[in-house]
Design a protein around this ligand. Structure first.
Ligand code: UD2
Length: 366
């Protein structure tokens, strides 16, 4: 009897507990309404040009990328794989850091095998777009840029250079190898160099929208007043690729010329930021560069509405973007040195560098 009485009391209690557990389980299994991270869906071609879709500008970490790097065959026979020197995890360069705190590679001479990398990417028949702006007197730098690109930039791969200029008749004739081509896109002249430099983001965004999704896998956006000296190739490929600025990499980050006014959308506070990246070279897969360009453009225009121009125009916006959206590959200063700087001992080769120029002679304003 006693047992039966206990059972008659216990059964509703057990049922009630089960019901409560089910309710708790239901709520815990629902996605949180407060998310610290917005997942980005890449903009479709119809993405509006004024504001990036589905995202909070500059405060979003893009989704990851999937790369399939397949050990190549030397011939069609599957047994004949490429032979290359054995990699080591204990021997290698010790004078530089080759990985970021978020585990992205930092590319230095001696950290990669160019033959292996090329043989992995070659069968994929990848196509690389390059943007270069030569507005006003900057057209004078284009010949050297194009000729040296033929010698060193993705040699043997499909490369399509898009030259943005207001002087199409002055674009030099440069012989390009098979698989490489050049297209000229007309842009208006400007009385302010700051505007030319900053408007690049808008024009890169439009180029991806209008043209590149049809024919390119990767894009690199480069300064024209520069030239190549050594290989720049498949080792630089990645989702979002940034280049460390040669002028600041030995400095404390409090010295980086980030935009320091909190009213600006390019603001980086003291104690924040990773590295100082170049505005003169960046790249990656199309959708990542699209997100970068559209966000920087949007933020630049928002600043303009409030009468602000960031300290280093689009370079400042790029730096804020790259701090929040960590690049998946970082290129060492070998990938954009400055000719007026003596080479530091850790820089074993200079692949690309900004030439010495007299700003007063070439810019439309001072
Ligand atoms: C730095 C950056 C540059 C940009 C700028 C800030 C590097 C090596 N350079 O260089 O990318 O972020 O700071 O705005 O990181 N241009 C013309 N016509 C002009 C002026 C500029 O075509 O009259 C184009 C050209 O492609 C040039 C680029 O804009 O390479 C950047 O201008 P810059 O080289 O004068 O900027 P600079 O040297 O201050």
């Amino acid at each position: 009897m006693q047992i039966n009485a206990m059972n008659s009391k216990a059964v509703p209690a057990i049922l009630l507990s089960l019901l409560l557990m089910a309710i708790v389980y239901y709520y815990l299994s629902q996605p949180s309404s407060v998310s610290s991270r917005v997942i980005v869906s890449p903009c479709p071609t119809s993405c509006p040009t004024s504001e990036p879709k589905d995202r909070v500008p500059a405060d979003v970490i893009p989704t990851g990328y999937v790369f399939h790097l397949e050990t190549p065959d030397q011939s069609l026979a599957v047994t004949a794989h490429l032979k290359y020197s054995q990699p080591s995890i204990v021997k290698g360069r010790t004078d530089v850091v080759a990985v970021t705190p978020w585990l992205a590679p930092i590319v230095w001479e001696g950290t990669f095998n160019p033959v292996l990398l090329d043989s992995i990417y070659k069968p994929k028949k990848i196509s690389i777009a390059v943007t270069v702006f030569a507005v006003g007197k900057y057209i004078m730098f284009l010949k050297n840029f194009l000729e040296t690109a033929e010698q060193h930039f993705f040699v043997g791969f499909n490369v399509h250079v898009y030259v943005f200029t207001d002087r199409p008749k002055e674009v030099p004739e440069v012989k390009m190898a098979d698989g490489r081509q050049l297209t000229v896109r007309l842009v208006p002249s400007s009385k302010r160099w700051q505007e030319i430099s900053a408007r690049r983001m808008e024009l890169i965004q439009k180029l991806i929208d209008e043209q590149l999704r049809k024919n390119s896998d990767y894009i690199f956006c480069l300064d024209v007043d520069s030239k190549f000296h050594d290989r720049w190739g498949t080792e630089s490929l990645g989702g979002l690729v940034a280049v460390i600025h040669p002028g600041y990499y030995l400095d404390n980050r409090s010295k980086f010329p980030y935009e320091r006014r909190s009213a600006s959308k390019a603001y980086v506070a003291d104690g924040e930021g990773d590295f100082y990246y170049c505005g003169g070279a960046f790249g990656g897969i199309l959708e990542e560069v699209y997100l970068l360009a559209s966000t920087c453009r949007f933020n630049f225009e928002e600043d303009a509405k409030n009468g602000i121009e960031a300290a280093w125009q689009e370079e400042s916006h790029l730096n804020r973007y790259m701090w929040i959206n960590k690049p998946s590959k970082v290129l060492s200063p070998e990938y954009l040195w400055q000719d007026f700087k003596a080479r530091n001992p850790e820089v074993k080769t200079i692949r690309f560098s900004g030439v010495i120029k007299n700003y007063a002679d070439i810019r439309p304003n001072v």
